[in-house]
Design a protein around this ligand. Structure first.
Ligand code: PMP
Length: 519
């Protein structure tokens, strides 16, 4: 480290990692292994179960992908060629469509908007959904305007106006122009409302200004709540909760119906809900697979309410759970689908918003862009990632399921042998979580202290790294749950070492042993 300046790149976080022994400067990575050089100059291998927070379905530096990247650079393929034709982006979109069509048994094309990061793809979805909602609002407003003109004409022809009940709701009016003015005034106030987004409790959809409002964790969300539209968080464990949440957001505007010699006051639903966001397996919220009945409730509410379902596959997608799209197993088809993380092949940043053709707003392309999005390097790598998954009749998906089963069996074994310490193991494929029992009421000591300060998982992670050379982390919003997201090449030996490490930390937790922090 240079001494001219203090540590400038997130020293506060670095200090925290240092305390736990997690501030290791890794120097090399391959497959499921990260390496650092210790004080004696020896290279030390670390089993990596974090996998770039789920970005490494093929591990670090997969040879096919690194070779392709070398080749692209060798051939001087333009990295920056904005506002030109990008056939490689189209090829990747087509490849994603082929998989989507097969896994969901659908035929409708999904248009692609490329971005750089997961949160950025979520922001694209938020903006696109609001653009769509704007159209629904505009269509309703135009229809009401026509009806108001018809009411004026009907009144001129002698139709009776609505009676006392309408006057009570709208304020006094004496003629049709007064009635129309009152309707317009009422509606203007309702139409000025911003959108509401629905999502689930424990959700995580990013940390940018708008997407963080859909991230349940209050520590991430609340300091920035004034910046963007709010989300409503629907409970995951209460049947009927989705319909109830939709009903709670119901806002109506007034319209006038003319016919049979009368003008009548009626209410119309204003499209307030812009979209429903959901992860097929909640990642940062603690590795929680979405319940099929809840998935059906979400789909049903979206059909009835006319708003899109945004399926966030940023962490679950690209083969992670044993199919390309985890939504295919959860029974949740998105009108929008978000991908990021592993679509970058562990080498580049890439993300994409896929939008069902029938909902797609072509004008979005003229008002949204990013300097770095849709570049040749990330599109070529993304296409190679899809090709690797699809090769040999989908062998990679079978491998994910087989390796996922092996990992799951090992974690279940740890849970069974340490049932006093481990609460539950959850997940799908190579996205598994192990939740420790709540330790906030443990006897005084390091276990209780860390449980109470919300860093319990990091305490365990520190011990596993220092003593066992295993890299794991808790999920971002559920600090008692460790996440395991290795590549599909994870070995039985690495899994066996994980079991040894977890067995050790369970014993230390049980004994309330300070070695957890120091040893
Ligand atoms: N959505 C989900 C489901 C995620 O897991 C994440 C990242 N953990 C994001 C969005 C945000 O992605 P990024 O970190 O690339 O912004």
């Amino acid at each position: 480290m240079t001494t001219e300046f203090p540590e400038l790149a997130e020293a506060h976080l670095g200090g925290l990692l240092d305390q736990l022994g997690l501030a290791v400067p890794y120097s090399r990575a391959s497959g499921d292994t990260l390496y650092f050089v210790d004080d004696t100059g020896t290279e030390v291998a670390v089993d990596d179960f974090v996998g770039g927070y789920g970005s490494l379905i093929f591990g670090h530096h997969h040879p096919t992908l690194t070779r392709l990247l070398h080749d692209l650079l060798e051939r001087q393929v333009p990295v920056h060629a904005q506002f030109s034709r990008h056939p490689y982006a189209n090829d990747l979109a087509a490849a994603l469509n082929r998989v989507l069509h097969r896994e969901f048994g659908i035929a409708e094309p999904y248009r692609a908007i490329f971005a750089n990061t997961g949160a950025e793809a979520a922001e694209c979805a938020l903006k696109h959904a609001e653009m769509e909602r704007g159209q629904r609002v505009a269509a309703l407003t135009a229809e009401i305007d026509t009806h108001l003109d018809e009411a004026r004409a009907a009144a001129a022809a002698g139709a009776g106006l609505p009676g006392d009940a309408a006057t009570a709701r709208l304020g006094a009016f004496t003629d049709v122009d007064g009635l129309i003015a009152a309707v317009r005034q009422h509606n203007a106030a309702q139409l000025a409302r911003g959108p509401v987004f629905l999502t689930l409790e424990n959700s995580f959809h990013g940390k940018l200004a708008a997407s963080v409002q859909l991230t349940h964790n209050p520590a991430y969300r609340l300091p920035f709540r004034t910046l963007a539209a709010p989300a409503r968080f629907v409970p995951v464990d209460r049947p009927g909760a989705v319909a109830k949440a939709v009903e709670a957001e119901r806002v109506t505007v007034f319209d006038l119906e003319s016919g049979d010699g009368a003008v009548r006051l009626v209410e119309r639903d204003l499209p307030v809900i812009a979209a429903f966001f959901a992860e097929p397996v909640q990642g940062e919220g603690g590795i929680r697979p979405l319940d099929a009945a809840l998935a059906a409730e979400i789909r049903q509410a979206a059909e009835a309410g006319g708003f899109p379902v945004v399926v966030d596959e940023i962490q679950t997608g690209v083969g992670r759970t044993g199919t390309f799209f985890a939504g295919a197993q959860a029974g949740l088809l998105g009108d929008y689908v978000l991908l990021a993380k592993s679509i970058g092949g562990g080498l580049v940043k890439n993300a994409v918003l896929l939008v069902r053709d029938s909902r797609y707003q072509p004008e979005f392309e003229l008002v949204h862009s990013s300097t770095f999005a849709k570049d040749a390097l990330s599109c070529h790598i993304g296409l190679a990632v899809v090709d690797l998954l699809e090769a040999d009749g989908g062998q990679a998906y079978r491998t994910v399921r087989e390796r996922g089963d092996a990992l799951r069996a090992a974690l279940d074994g740890v849970a069974e042998a340490n049932a006093d310490v481990v609460a539950e193991v959850r997940g799908r494929g190579l996205m598994q979580g192990l939740e420790f029992r709540d330790q906030t009421d443990a006897p005084a000591g390091v276990v209780r202290d860390f449980a109470r300060n919300g860093l319990f998982g990091y305490l365990v992670a520190g011990r596993l790294l220092r003593a066992h050379r295993i890299r794991v982390f808790p999920t971002a919003s559920a600090p008692h749950t460790l996440r395991f997201q290795p590549s599909l090449a994870v070995t039985d030996e690495a899994i066996a070492r994980l079991v040894t490490g977890l067995t050790d930390v369970c014993a230390l937790i049980r004994a309330n042993d300070p070695t957890l922090l120091t040893g």
